[in-house]
Design a protein around this ligand. Sequence first.
Ligand code: SF4
Length: 442
Amino acid sequence: MKFYIETFGCQMNDRDSLIMTQILEQAGYGQGAGILDADVIVINTCSIRGKAEQKAYSLIGSLRKHKLANPATILIVTGCVAQQEGAAMVSRMGHVDMVLGPQAIYGLIDHLETVKGTGESLILTDQSKKFAIPPFLPDIHHSTPHKRFVTIMQGCNNFCTYCIVPFTRGREVSRSPADIIAEVQHLISLGVKEITLLGQNVNSYGLDQPADSRTSFPQLLREVAAIEGLMRLRFTTSNAKDLSPELMDCFRDLDNLCLHFHLPMQSGSNEILERMNRKYTVADYLVLVDGLRTVAPDISITTDVIVGFPNETDADFMGTMALMEQVRYDSAFSFIYSNRPPALSCDFADDISKEEKSRRLALFQKRQREITVEQHQRFIGREFDLMIEGESKMGHGQWSGRSTHNIIVNFHSGVQYKPGDMVRVVVTEGLMNSLRAELIES
Ligand code: SF4
């Protein structure tokens, strides 16, 4: 039996698709060459913005003919649209056999047997029961030899008013430190060199555990960083409201913790931050940025920004532009606000036109691109180690690696590298999306 998984959205979904791959492979399924070559098709969906949801629905819709011609094929929809839609997905797309929320993917093999046995569609999106993330599954084979995401928790309790995640991924549930450490040790034994710890808000890791046996996120970072053979450690994503001095100190103390911090600001207006329920002010945020740059002056800071939040005024938007100027991010992900029912901001009055929201996004992105290039100049003449990602898209003997700052660096070399190899370079040029460098040592 063959399977095929199509993944939309964030690293959490990539991670869930990997878990489903492990589960299916351990049950003897083989990877299909393509979506039409599979007996089991999984569409792992994202609903963070309207466009992502539409993409998933159009793919699912396009499989109707294939399903009618191949009734034995099982079509499964997972991820955040599955959780959000549940039974509505099957009424809208009658050719879907199974709808699994993020908490239900771990029982995939049993669910497959149920559907095969009954021939009925199966919808599992109940998040009311106490949920625990099952222990990790050892890899039997995987394609990425040098770096991997490791989920440390699932769900979020913050209810930022624009965000659908608390409704689709449920309440915060942390994995046990022992299981996380066992998985990282297992991956290192397979040759993995870089680990990224993953969570919707990693800063609140462990808060769902009993106080007397709780491990905080900074403690977990220190334990993972101490694992023998781990060359690089990263983590994502953090809500600024929970960024502690203990976490900042990790950047001073842990040599293998990479010097990059993704710290979403979302807006530079206190009025908007309040209506987003972000629980910090612009002044709080700036104190955190100063704190990070004090313990790690060379740290790279990146962010997420939403423009066009309901009733965002010109002054609110100028606050966002001003915060960008003050922090001078190395890069930023920026989006126009998207209504995501049942997120709370859906009912907020909004008289800002689409054109005005697009104008603000364009202004923000233009200035951020300029700042990115200006910021990249600080690396010229500096030497640092790169972890090879692979051959550069620039071709002609060019190779790409990632710096500790999470910036792509391209350099020329006649040596044949493999992903995960380390080289030392000196930077010669700071460009928009990358740095150019010369090889010093392989
Ligand atoms: S912290 Fe806020 S934006 Fe991030 S996942 Fe949680 S609710 Fe969504």
